[in-house]
Design a protein around this ligand. Structure first.
Ligand SMILES: Nc1ncnc2c1ncn2[C@@H]1O[C@H](COP(=O)(O)OP(=O)(O)OP(=O)(O)O)[C@@H](O)[C@H]1O
Ligand SMILES: [Mg+2]
Length: 175
C-alpha cells in the first residue's frame, strides 16, 4: 500500500455524481497533481479528504491507517493540510498574524497560562514565531510581513494561504 491511497471514492449530490469510483496512490515525497475541467470534481475530492464532505463509498488510507471515518480535526492532527480555492484568509489581520494561525494546532496551553504569558507560553510563542519567519524568508514575504491582508495582490495572498497550510505540519498539502 502507498503512503496515501484513495480507493474507489464516490460522492453524490442528489442526482449528480461528483466523483465516481476515483482511485489513485501517492508515495511519500511524491508531488502529485489533480487536473480537470470546471466541474470535474477536483474540489470535491479535496473536500472529501479533509472531511468537509463524506464519501458515499470508498476508502482513504494514510500512512498505513484507514482514515475514512476520521473527523476533520483528526485529519488535521495527522498533518494533512489544505488550501482553499477562495483563500479564506483573515482579511483584517497581517500576513504574519495569518501565518501564525497556521500553528494553532500546536498550541497546547490553557487560557490561564496564556493570560499570564508564563515562561513556557513565551518559549512556545518564540518557537512558533521562528517557524513562521523561516517560511516568510523562504517565500520572500518579508516585505509584506506586517501588511494587512486586504488590499494585497492575489499572488501574495495565495502564497500567504499556502504558507499557512504548510506551517501546519506539512505531510500532505492540497489546493
Ligand atoms: N455542495 C454541492 N452541492 C451540489 N453539487 C455540488 C456541490 N459541490 C460540488 N457540486 C457539483 O459537483 C461537481 C464537481 O464540482 P467541483 O466543485 O468538485 O468541481 P471542480 O473540479 O473543483 O471545478 P472547478 O474547476 O470549477 O473548481 C459539479 O457538477 C458541481 O456542480
Ligand atoms: Mg474547484
Amino acid at each position: 500500500m502507498s503512503y496515501f491511497d484513495i480507493q474507489d471514492i464516490t460522492v453524490s449530490f442528489g442526482g449528480v455524481k461528483a466523483l465516481n469510483n476515483v482511485s489513485f496512490s501517492v508515495d511519500q515525497g511524491e508531488i502529485f497533481t489533480i487536473i480537470g475541467p470546471n466541474g470535474a470534481g477536483k474540489s470535491t475530492l479535496f473536500n472529501v479528504i479533509s472531511r468537509i464532505y463524506e464519501p458515499s463509498s470508498g476508502e482513504i488510507h494514510f500512512n498505513n491507517q484507514n482514515i475514512s471515518k476520521k473527523k476533520a480535526h483528526q485529519i488535521a492532527g495527522l498533518g494533512i493540510a489544505r488550501t482553499f480555492q477562495n483563500l479564506e484568509l483573515f482579511e483584517n489581520a497581517t500576513v504574519l498574524q495569518n501565518l501564525l494561525l497556521g500553528r494553532h494546532i500546536y498550541r497546547k496551553s490553557n487560557l490561564l497560562n496564556e493570560l499570564f504569558f508564563t515562561p513556557k507560553v513565551k518559549k512556545t510563542e518564540l518557537e512558533h514565531r521562528l517557524k513562521v519567519e523561516e517560511v516568510i524568508d523562504f517565500l520572500d514575504l518579508q516585505h509584506y510581513r506586517d501588511t494587512i491582508i486586504s488590499g494585497l495582490p492575489y499572488g501574495v495572498r495565495k502564497k500567504c494561504r499556502a504558507s499557512t497550510s504548510t506551517l501546519h505540519k506539512p505531510k500532505t498539502t492540497a489546493s
